[in-house]
Design a protein around this ligand. Structure first.
Ligand SMILES: Cc1cc2nc3c(=O)[nH]c(=O)nc-3n(C[C@H](O)[C@H](O)[C@H](O)COP(=O)(O)O)c2cc1C
Length: 403
């Protein structure tokens, strides 16, 4: 089983990720992690911060000569902005975010932003400066999650598992992506959208929102292929893979809804149009070595690859809706935390939309959850042991024969 924690603030010296549970012998390199961190930094509508940073996770432990050792994997991502940039009051971030007391005043943030963690945060942690909340609630932290997801991707890729994501809606502009989605086209699109016409309209919508000092939300979809049937469990509420995926994807900043397969659209459909009929054995595909390519394949995949809290072997399809950014150039009315009187919400350099990036983060959370479920099912302290268990399991799927 795998677990991870992150630490770090948006404008502190850096972010830390600690991942434990990957078996020994899985390939991992800083270059592989960098590839996902670079994808996280792209996307039309992001603010100036992404021009400052070139996120790079330095492996501190758990990897030797290109392979995991089974020990905890610690990763450190520096915040370049901390060392080179100035805070909102014109003083260096090293001053604003200093660990030791500093000479002179550091301008506190008193004007609370509706839609951010500021108001419940200052109440719960009894803070007089909302910076002590916003620094951690900022999605800068998601760079550490993407590094964790990259390590999980490298592990799962050893079993042929591949994860992708794309944007299906920004600010109400709905994409109509081709089936199957052209993943190379997604990576080329400025908004990570597979529909070129919608892509262009989304860019226009982002420009219009920027012009108006406003922000936009949207929808992202993650698709994972080549998962074996039977990851997760139907036995307990918290062992169901559906529960775990909804929680992990739902934990991404600003995500306000998660759906699997046809999701909320199921409300309008009859059962006969929903459930995925199982193909008879004559239609099952075989690998070159004669083994089944996939046991118990379906004619459709409305369930999004999950039934009863377990994978079906069909592609996993999970979508998340992301709310528009709370920090706006034209701020909403708010109140001052010292006086309670009406004021404008605080503005600090912010994105217009982060929907394209959200797909990459949702992918990372999905990959971590799947790696955890994969190791729960197949175990192994070395990947060779995981593989033995995996292959023995696959060989034993299929019709049981007569008693
Ligand atoms: C990639 C990404 C970038 C974000 N950038 C900003 C931003 O620039 N300004 C902002 O106010 N919120 C931004 N957010 C959203 C906040 O982190 C989030 O809304 C806040 O933590 C409150 O949490 P909640 O929306 O989950 O309730 C971003 C989220 C993500 C996923």
């Amino acid at each position: 089983m795998a677990r991870f924690l992150t630490a770090g603030e948006s404008h502190g010296p850096g972010l830390v990720a600690l991942l434990e549970g990957l078996p020994a012998g899985a390939p991992l390199s800083e270059a592989r992690i960098r590839a996902d961190l670079a994808r996280r930094q792209m996307g039309y509508g992001r603010g100036g911060r992404m021009q400052i940073e070139t996120d790079y996770a330095v492996l501190q432990s758990g990897v030797r000569h290109g392979f995991t050792t089974g020990a905890p994997i610690a990763m450190l991502i520096e915040n370049r902005d901390h060392f080179t940039g100035n805070g909102p009051d014109g003083k260096p971030w090293t001053h604003t975010m200093a660990k030791e007391p500093v000479d002179g005043e550091v301008t506190p943030i008193h004007r609370l932003r509706p839609g951010h963690a500021d108001t419940p945060g200052i109440s719960k942690y009894r803070q007089d400066d909302a910076r002590n909340i916003l620094e951690r609630s900022s999605a800068r932290e998601s760079a550490a999650r993407v590094a964790v997801g990259a390590a999980c991707r490298a592990f799962l890729a050893e079993f042929g598992v591949a994860a992708h994501s794309h944007v299906t809606n920004i600010g109400g502009v709905q994409a109509h992506p081709p089936e199957p989605v052209d993943w190379a086209a997604v990576e080329e699109s400025p908004v990570r959208c597979a529909d070129p016409d919608a892509s262009a309209l989304m860019v226009r919508e982002i420009d219009a929102a920027k012009e108006a000092g406003d922000s936009l939300g949207g929808v992202v979809e993650v698709v994972v292929t080549s998962l074996p049937i039977g990851l997760g469990s139907h036995i307990q509420w918290d062992t169901k893979l559906s529960t775990r995926l909804m929680a992990s994807v739902g934990s991404v900043n600003a995500v306000k809804g998660v759906e699997i397969g046809k999701g909320f659209a199921l409300a309008d459909l009859r059962g006969s149009k929903v459930h995925d009929v199982i193909k008879p054995i004559e239609e099952w595909e075989r690998n070159a070595d004669g083994s089944w390519a996939r046991a118990w394949p379906r004619r459709t995949n409305n369930a999004g690859g999950l039934e009863g809290g377990m994978t079906t072997g069909e592609p996993l399809v999970i979508r998340a809706v992301v709310k528009p950014i709370a920090t706006m150039m034209t701020p909403l009315p708010s109140v001052d935390l010292t006086t309670g009187k009406l004021d404008q919400a605080h503005y600090e350099r912010s994105d217009v939309t982060f929907v394209p990036t959200c797909g990459v983060i949702a992918e990372a959370m999905t990959l971590f959850t799947l790696a955890d479920a994969f190791l729960e099912k197949f175990g192994g302290d070395h990947i060779a042991e995981t593989r033995r268990n995996y292959e023995a399991y696959l060989a034993d799927l299929g019709p049981r024969g007569s008693a």
